[in-house]
Ligand binder design. Structure first.
Ligand SMILES: [Fe+2]
Length: 720
């Protein structure tokens, strides 16, 4: 059996500035025979990962503390490719105010009651609120045609929090996008760091110089996710210092262990009680779904989405992860994982393994299997359009079409040009992938019912089936689907979720048609294949890969990682590379399309380009059999000839980072110009109320002073 690379779950949080990068191997050499980058590879490749938390100090976490690797502080990596012989790398944890508050409370015992702790994909403090870990995806913003900002800007976004703009040179977070009072919290208790649900993939349209985002809430009774926070507040207020005891009291776990089937009802009952109490105190927890528009400079505009056919406000069913635009429409995808109780509670009782297992089982809520697309007509947002109300307030409304498709998804592309009055989309249906799951010490492996190796705790569990890629035409008014090319090929589509596309995640113009997308297949690895995930999808209504097939694949050693090109016109996979032979133990992630410098499209309209990916290579062991930490590598492929294999392999020996998520590419980087700037002090201190305790004020103010200091250090470094 081939081991899954442990480096997927290893990170050290080190700040790196212009660190050396080795060209390990290349198809091209200089006059002295030294390896160099492929001709035409240039600019700056960005990727981002989550690197554990303040308490863990990186990854891996201790097995008893393990939670998903998606819960961790955002760590931005910039690979500079300007010098063919000597590429450089910089990397930094994004020090947003909530992280600084996390550091302060961890460092001082007098703040122990204010400390943040992990609850599945989230990290909460009972008295400070929710961490915005800013760790998922980039939104590049092109230089403004009117010169209001001269250089490319870069946002980092996450589903659970506001996006932040970063300085592309120093990698410091410099301003949130939108003030706290422009984002509506879900289950907000008026804590300094609110729980905000948004999208990790806002979209920026360089043709119209505007961006679109979402902000939603599922309400207390619809989503009892806020219960940990509320219960923790009560627990902290009672000064229950024992973590185990606090959480036992919090979720009624003593009874849960005896009465597992009643857990969900108990929590919902508590939710109803608290919700009722809060509604009387003016903190009504409501369901809402806003489309937000931003011009890069001013206040956010917002519209409530209402169903075009019924006029009824639209509810988010699962969660929202991506927004795309065409020339006339905005499309928001309801994504393939739940914002739910199961995703927020992971290890509430680190000393009670059985209780954790039972709790996860009882509160697990599988995503609704139907994919929903919310389609808004852009002209409806303009004067004379169908939208009503003042978009600077909270009450404006705009109609949307709700289209439904079978099987959930994480990511999609949308052609900017609409042909035959239709929207043309490519969607990866990642059903069977438990994206918010993780391998825990109480899991059993699907191959032999044994416990997982402690070295893989926190990793993404193996998918319970193959993903599918589909190219659709959808009517934006009716939501009807009139065209579908579907591809599902073993072995490429085991856990396929992330893509690079022509000009995607760059500041280049949005192409009229997205002709192809480059996806990685994670592969299927027996070491992280859990019975829990197979069970979760055992009776999934849209299942296409039989459980027996998955188990057989696992028992025969799993399937390798891959990189492949999905051709949209043909609806087929036309080119691929697979990690076989010497590369069998590698995992490919984070593919980014990078244009070949100076190249122009060929007769087929193809722009010569590279795909740059992060690759985790097979483990090495020391004499005691211990895993030797390894730097992930950056592999460069010809975008139009993946089958040729990598053209070049790079590594920064100092880099220790786990699973790389999303990417971006900028041709040039320049310091942040402060075209837009939220007053961060005022933004957070304005959330203080007469009920805010002195100690909370103290921590927040200290965090803000540290944030200011980081901005001053940035200016000193840049000499401005
Ligand atoms: Fe994403």
């Amino acid at each position: 059996m081939t081991s899954i690379p442990r480096s997927l779950n290893r990170a050290n949080r080190a700040t790196l500035t212009d660190a050396s990068v080795d060209v390990l191997w290349s198809t091209e050499t200089d006059a002295d025979g030294a390896f160099v980058l492929p001709d035409g590879l240039s600019g700056h490749y960005f990727t981002i990962s989550a690197v554990g938390d303040v308490a863990s100090g990186g990854l891996p976490r201790r097995p008893t503390e393990s939670t998903t690797i998606f819960n961790g502080d955002g760590y931005v990596i910039r690979l500079d490719l300007k010098d063919r012989a000597a590429p450089r790398l910089s990397a930094k944890v994004l020090g947003v105010p909530s992280l600084l508050a996390d550091e302060i409370t961890q460092a001082e015992s007098r703040y122990s009651l204010l400390r943040f702790r992990n609850f599945g994909v989230s990290r909460f403090s009972p008295l400070l609120g929710m961490r915005n870990t800013v760790n998922t995806a980039f939104v590049p913003i092109a230089p403004d045609l009117e010169g209001r900002w001269k250089h490319a800007r870069l946002l980092v976004a996450i589903d659970a929090g506001r996006p932040w703009e970063i300085d592309p040179v120093t990698l410091d977070p410099v301003t949130p996008v939108g003030r706290n009072d422009e984002w509506k919290g879900d289950g907000s208790l008026g804590l300094p760091f609110p729980t905000v649900f948004a999208t990790a993939h806002p979209i920026w349209d360089p043709k119209t110089n505007e961006g679109f985002m979402v902000n939603f809430g599922k309400g207390m009774l619809e989503m009892p996710d806020t219960m940990p926070v509320m219960h923790e507040v009560h627990a902290a207020q009672k000064e229950v210092r024992s973590r185990t005891r606090a959480v036992l009291e919090t979720v009624g776990l003593k009874r849960v262990v005896r009465l597992r089937d009643r857990i969900g009802n108990r929590l919902k009952s508590d939710a109803a009680t608290v919700s009722t109490a809060l509604s009387g105190s003016g903190n009504m927890l409501s369901t809402f779904f806003y489309l937000l528009r931003w011009d890069g400079l001013g206040d956010l505009q917002r519209w409530n989405l209402v169903d075009r056919a019924t006029g009824v406000p639209v509810k988010v069913i699962n969660s929202l992860h991506q927004v795309q635009v065409s020339e006339s429409h905005i499309v928001v995808m309801d994504t393939g994982y739940q914002v739910g109780l199961n995703s927020l509670i992971s290890q509430p009782t680190p000393n009670l393994q059985l209780a954790d297992e039972l709790l996860r089982d009882a509160v697990s809520r599988r995503p609704d299997p139907i994919l929903r697309l919310y389609i808004i007509k852009r002209s409806d947002l303009e004067p004379g359009g169908a939208a009503t109300g003042d978009p600077s307030g909270m009450q404006a409304r705009v109609p949307c079409t709700v289209a439904t498709l079978p099987a959930v998804s994480m990511h999609f592309t949308l052609d900017y040009a609409e042909r035959d009055g239709k929207l043309w989309l490519t969607i990866c249906h990642s059903s069977g992938t438990s994206i918010d799951g993780w391998v825990a010490q109480y899991d059993f492996l699907a191959t032999d019912n044994s416990r997982p190796n402690p070295e893989v705790m926190g990793m993404l569990p193996a998918a319970a089936g193959l993903s599918r890629l589909a190219h659709y035409a959808i009517d934006p008014l009716t939501g009807g689907m009139s065209h579908c090319d579907l591809a599902m090929r073993d072995p490429f589509q085991w856990e396929t979720a992330l893509y690079g596309s022509s000009q995607g995640f760059t500041t280049l113009d949005i192409p009229d048609e997205v002709a192809a997308t480059w996806w990685f297949g994670f592969g299927i690895w027996p070491e992280v294949a859990t019975v829990a995930v197979l069970d979760e999808y055992a009776d999934y209504p849209l299942r296409v890969t039989p459980r027996e097939h998955v188990v057989n694949e696992l028992k025969s050693g799993g399937r390798p990682s891959s990189l492949f090109r999905f051709d949209h016109d043909h609806g087929r996979i036309l080119d691929h590379w697979i990690a076989e032979g010497d590369d069998r133990g590698c995992v490919v992630t984070a593919p980014q399309w990078v244009p070949r410098a100076g190249a122009t499209p060929d007769a087929d309209g193809r722009t010569p380009a590279f795909i740059v990916s992060v690759v985790y290579t097979a483990e090495e062991r020391d004499a005691q059999g211990r895993c030797v930490p390894k730097a992930p590598q950056f592999w460069v492929f010809d975008a139009w000839d993946l089958a040729r294999g990598p053209l070049c392999k790079l590594a920064c020996p100092e880099l220790r980072v786990g699973f790389a998520f999303h990417t971006a590419w900028l041709e040039d980087v320049a310091p942040w110009e402060a075209a837009y700037h939220v007053n961060v002090h005022q933004d957070y201190t304005s959330r203080f109320s007469p009920l805010t305790s002195g100690v909370v004020r103290e921590v927040v103010k200290e965090a803000l002073e540290r944030f200011d200091a980081s901005l001053r250090e940035r200016e000193e470094r840049l000499g401005i």
